[in-house]
Design a protein around this ligand. Sequence first.
Ligand code: GSH
Length: 244
Amino acid sequence: MSGGYSKSDASAAPMEFGYWKIRGLGAVFRMLLEYKEAKYEDKQYCTGEDWFKQRKPAILEMNPLANLPYLVDGDVCVCQTNAILQYLGEKFGLYGASAAQKIRTEELLCEIYDVRNGMIDLVYPFKNVCRDIEEFDAKAEGIVKSPPFAKFEAILSFKDNASGGKWFVLADGPGVADFHIWEMLDQHKMLAERIGGEPVLDKFPKCKAFYEAFRALPTLQKYFASDDYKTMDINNKIANTYFA
Ligand SMILES: N[C@@H](CCC(=O)N[C@@H](CS)C(=O)NCC(=O)O)C(=O)O
């Protein structure tokens, strides 16, 4: 296992965040924890031995749903991406200020997880959606021609948007769903660049403005300058032939 960097905040014990040493579902949390300047240890597992043999048994003691990602915060151990995002969203005040905003956050977390699953189908041959590079090329081209962000563009334009279309849910900055949406925008942007397709973001002007505003957030600059963003593989090695 190799460690990422962690923040210092004298007032609280550090949280433990765990995931493989890839972006995968981990990048969403690394960005969120950095954005909030949280005190946390970023456990990045490199091998099955590191996770399944060394750490998972202890996480199972805390939560029978043990999986990657997980979060340990004092006595609390949360698994499942959307449950962890809800937990951190409530902790940081980034889940929604009203019942309507909380519902929108939950909707968007589910919606963007669907988008992520499309990317997983594309890049992992064991999913049998793209069994070889020819099938990958054909499907990737289709995704880049018609990227799955029209609904997100519509949310940014919708009458109830509290920020006038700058952020997805909250009035004055990103909520937890924005972090997963940004990660998927970035992955689709990179996919288009990789296969020489048309720029994905140009098709969605509001999503593009959101992408740029998020990319410029001051407390995220350390993350964007780090190897966790610049050089870390997006997907597990099994997908690297297609989209690392
Ligand atoms: N729906 C789960 C999926 C979790 C999952 O599939 N984790 C994969 C990596 S993306 C894993 O390798 N888990 C380790 C394990 O099964 O112990 C979530 O969103 O948290």
